[in-house]
Design a protein. Structure first.
Length: 328
């Protein structure tokens, strides 16, 4: 059996998402983002980041319908290898129903998911599901953006919804929702990793996702010109807070995010050796370099290889064969 079938089961995440989700909402930037995705897919041999076309912040006030039509046109031009998503308006916005009907109704087959902002409860998710179903796009997963204290409180319930594939954290809205109780520094590169209320929110979202087999996505770092600091922030999101995906808001952020979330060459080598030995033993316990390894550790090392594949890392020949197999 394929390692994925043997090892993941109920403890695997629902879907294998690229570790980077890149947002753009202005036409020129949306076109450049899609072109960059195609170029990097060719470079890495896999689609290493999603492009999310943004209606919530990208559409001019009063021009929501025209912006939705533009998103349809751009998504319709995407290749089969592309991963294109859309962030629609919140469910209580006047343009929400129109966004879903236009974009999901006309380009749903080209989209990989729909990002739903300002989700407060599972009821918001249900409303979005109903709209997608009515548009004939019931197959599309939903990603929910958690942006308020009340939404953080309900994160486990939201993550448990079967149509939700991922939760993201909306840092700036979360901070402003506290009415000044969290200082502006809580939105900064350093403050968002040190202020207790912000860190607590991130941990709740990450924990809710892991408890329900969903993908936790870390939100934005606005200081996009400092690549070294961005890399350090992405590493903290991955290694300290348990996020397996992160937003990009500038093309220069994509490669540092890929680097931060990728396993090292040594980790990839060890994971390949252990999974190969486990497969030869028909997944029974083995001794590897003086340590006991069994099904629990095999699962971890297989996930290392999955993450290496999603970040375009160079894989040993044996691992290439496993990761090129279709995902079920």
């Amino acid at each position: 059996m394929h390692p994925r079938e043997v090892l993941l089961g109920a403890q695997g995440q629902t879907g294998f998402l690229p570790v980077c989700d890149h947002y753009s909402g202005v036409e020129a930037r949306m076109r450049k983002s899609l072109q960059l995705q195609a170029e990097m897919t060719e470079e890495f041999g896999a689609c290493v980041f999603d492009v999310t076309l943004d209606c919530e912040d990208g559409a001019p006030v009063g021009g929501e319908a025209e912006h939705a039509a533009l998103v349809v046109a751009l998504a319709s031009l995407a290749s089969e290898k592309a991963r294109v998503a859309v962030r629609v308006h919140p469910v209580d916005h006047p343009a929400f129903e129109q966004d879903i009907a236009t974009i999901a109704g006309k380009a749903g087959k080209k989209l990989c998911h729909v990002m739903l902002p300002k989700v407060e409860s599972p009821q918001d998710v249900e409303r979005a599901c109903s709209a997608l179903d009515a548009a004939g796009a019931g197959q599309l997963p939903l990603h929910a953006l958690i942006e308020s204290p009340a939404a953080v409180h309900r994160a486990f319930d939201i993550a448990a919804h079967p149509r939700v594939q991922s939760l993201s954290f909306g840092l700036m809205d979360f901070v402003s929702a506290h009415g000044g109780a969290i200082p502006a520094a809580g939105m900064s590169l350093e403050g968002q990793f040190t202020h207790p209320l912000v860190v607590r929110a991130k941990l709740e979202i990450s924990s809710a996702c892991h408890a329900n087999g969903k993908v936790p996505a870390h939100g934005v770092v606005t200081e996009y010109k400092n690549k070294t600091s961005l890399l350090a922030a992405a590493q903290r999101a991955a290694l300290e807070l348990g996020f397996t995906r992160m937003w990009s808001i500038h093309p220069d952020q994509i490669r540092p995010i890929l680097e931060a979330f990728a396993p090292s060459p040594h980790e990839i080598e060890i994971a390949t050796k252990i999974i190969a030995a486990a497969a030869r033993a028909d997944w029974a316990p083995i001794s590897f370099e003086g340590k006991l390894e069994d099904r629990a550790s095999y699962r971890y090392y297989w996930q290392v290889l999955e993450r290496a594949h999603r970040t375009g890392r160079k894989l040993p020949i044996e691992a290439q064969g496993w990761l090129s197999a279709p995902r079920h």
